[in-house]
Design a binder for this molecule. Structure first.
Ligand code: CA
Length: 619
């Protein structure tokens, strides 16, 4: 009601402010703000926003560009213009005119650009990569001058751990690029960078207020594009976190909605009950499906109605624009299943049609592999839903691993739990593309979950790095950052030590790190840099042996090289008969320990030290 009343008031003010002839005097926005010649999909739909712009008639004359149709909504301040762009259209500004009769009232030089060479063939991320997830506000502050920005009321306050902005930014990320590369990472997934000009609790980035603008407190769009380019030069790809499901309550649309049905439930807050299974459950009611996909996360995050064709096109073009503009290697899609199901099929189809080798990874926070697998391409779903998304976050394996490592070794617990979980790969068309993570910005830090046990922590790191998966780690894991064991977002998102001037501890120089932290940091660095050189881990066959006596042994091999991983959770050393592993060892009788460099004989039997993980290159 308040929104509607506000809209009426705004419309009245706008009407009074207009001259007598009532036509548009200025354009506030044209989105997407630019486009390219030579995209696979020949159509482009521009959203034009300006006072009573719908009362004008758009026109253009440009070689290879044709105005196909114009759509008007209930709001006279919007025009949607469909263009067709021929493959041989001339790059350069398109002179968009807005006319009344013969009079040109407004003009806009629309940037139509040539694509970067090879853009369509860009390669996404996959099992050869190691991904770093970081939270830009909490990672590193490279520029204290932008901690606050004019017109942004949520001011920096580093003392406020749970909800305050801490000042991290793109410059901070840039300053730590060599550290990131040195740890062995090849991809970076920052949580969203787009403007979140919310009044409070804006640091997390999932409440966008402008979908085409990097938040001023992180930097500018150009800064972002430059960072991605610098990263590429260092062998790092950028994965952008994209939210299709919702926006922030301070998004500029809310002040002048393009169409009343742009938001779900008519713009009224109805909370989602998070019943994600309702999407694919054959017994679910439409009522529950509607609540899941159309219910809002919070009153501060209005839910987008992607069944509206204009909004659907806006969101599809938005994702493609960022890939092309910034030079992305991939997309991480937030709150995946919460968006309209049919829309997700079309969105993933359109993005993958433009970039057939791009990687999209969706977040479906479920421990049930059936629910996660539903969203994968090549997956045959009972209800006929077809997706084009290559990858999902592997919440099922993540949750199993965290549970299995702390559980006692019993009949159906511990390593046996982890062993049995691999049968779920039957559900995944491309298991190695699933992103398997030890932690992220939403879950308690693994060091704390594993009761600060370094042996278990090493097993977790090795498991994530050596499964047939695309591995992902959370910033600060390498120095054993802590959090409460129950979810506590603020504590899980504390600043990286050394990310702020004056920090007593610095992960880069090692200043102030404990001996244990240094050991962990060196361990992960060795693991990930070694992993880069091991093709068997990037696509090799995985075989494993049922756990016994608190040990778990598995292999990766690609026909040329083989890697063996052996974990022992027992409090004493365990000696294993090599004969049992003959099938996987294929005549190899020794291995080189990846961490110590020592040669280990596997001829008859071998001994695993108490509470240890051993990684061997077999020969
Ligand atoms: Ca800053």
């Amino acid at each position: 009601m308040i929104v509607r009343a506000l809209l009426r008031l705004l419309a009245l003010v706008a009407a009074l402010a207009l001259p007598a002839f009532g036509a548009a005097q200025s354009l506030q926005r044209v989105e997407p703000p630019s486009w390219w010649v030579g995209m696979q999909h020949p159509r482009l739909q521009l959203m034009v926003h300006g006072p009573r712009i719908a009362e004008t008639t758009p026109a253009l004359q440009h070689p290879g560009v044709r105005l196909v149709s114009t759509t008007r909504t209930a709001n006279p301040n919007y025009l949607f213009i469909d263009l067709e762009i021929a493959p041989d259209a001339t790059p350069g500004p398109v002179d968009l005119q807005f006319r009344r009769g013969e009079t040109v009232l407004l003009r806009h030089a629309y940037p139509l650009q040539a694509r970067a060479p090879g853009s369509a063939q860009r390669r996404g991320f996959g099992p050869q990569d190691a991904i770093l997830n970081l939270m830009p506000d909490r990672f590193a502050n490279g520029n204290p001058a932008n901690d606050d920005a004019p017109g942004h009321p949520d001011r920096a306050d580093r003392r406020n751990v749970s909800a305050g902005r801490h000042g991290g930014d793109l410059q901070g990320m840039e300053r730590l690029l060599d550290y990131i590369v040195g740890l062995g990472y090849t991809m970076v997934w920052p949580t969203p960078l787009l403007e979140n000009n919310q009044k409070a609790y804006s640091y997390h980035g999932y409440a966008a207020t402008d979908l085409y603008k990097v938040d001023a407190r992180f930097g500018s769009n150009e800064d972002y594009r430059r960072l991605v380019s610098t990263m590429r030069g260092k062998g790092l790809g950028m994965i952008q976190d994209i939210v299709l499901n919702h926006i922030g309550s301070e998004h500029w649309w809310l002040k002048d909605l393009p169409s009343p049905d742009w938001l779900t439930f008519g713009g009224r807050y109805v909370g989602t009950e998070h019943h994600r299974t309702a999407v694919m459950d054959p017994y679910a009611t439409e009522e529950d499906r509607r609540n899941f996909t159309q219910g809002w996360f919070t009153p501060n995050m209005p839910d987008l109605n992607q069944r509206h064709p204009l909004l659907a096109t806006y969101l599809i073009q938005h994702s493609i624009w960022w890939v092309e503009y910034a030079g992305l290697a991939g997309i991480r899609t937030d709150t995946y299943g919460y968006s309209d199901t049919a829309f997700l099929g079309e969105w993933s189809r359109r993005v993958m049609a433009e970039y057939p080798q791009l990687t999209i990874v969706g977040e479906e926070w479920s421990g049930n592999p059936l629910v996660v697998a539903y969203w994968l391409r090549e997956r045959r779903n009972a209800d006929g839903f077809v997706s084009h998304t290559p990858s999902m976050m592997d919440f099922p394996l993540h949750e199993t691993m965290r549970r299995a490592l702390v559980d006692d070794e019993q009949m159906f617990k511990g390593f046996r739990d982890l062993y049995a979980a691999m049968v779920n790969d039957l559900l995944y068309p491309e298991p190695q593309r699933m992103v398997y993570f030890e932690g992220n910005h939403d879950v308690p830090r693994i060091w704390s979950v594993l009761n600060e046990d370094l042996a278990l922590w090493k097993m977790a790191m090795v498991h994530v790095a050596t499964m047939p998966r695309t591995p992902q780690f959370y910033y600060g894991t390498e120095v054993l950052m802590t959090s409460p064991r129950q979810r506590d977002d603020g504590e899980t998102r504390r600043g990286l030590p050394g990310g702020w001037a004056g920090d007593a501890v610095d992960v880069v120089s090692g200043r102030g790190l404990s001996a244990q932290q240094r050991e962990a940091q060196a361990f992960l660095r060795r693991l990930l840099t070694w992993r880069k050189t091991q093709p068997a881990l990037h696509g090799g066959r995985f075989t494993h042996y049922a756990p016994e006596r608190g040990t778990y042994v598995y292999f990766r091999q690609d026909g040329q090289r083989a890697v063996m991983v052996a974990m022992n959770k027992a409090r004493e050393a365990v000696t294993l008969e090599a004969g049992r592993f003959r099938e996987a060892m294929g005549g190899r009788t020794a291995g080189t320990d990846v961490f110590s460099g020592q040669t280990v004989s596997l001829r008859e039997r071998f001994t695993l030290p108490a509470r240890s993980v051993t990684v061997l290159e077999l020969h």
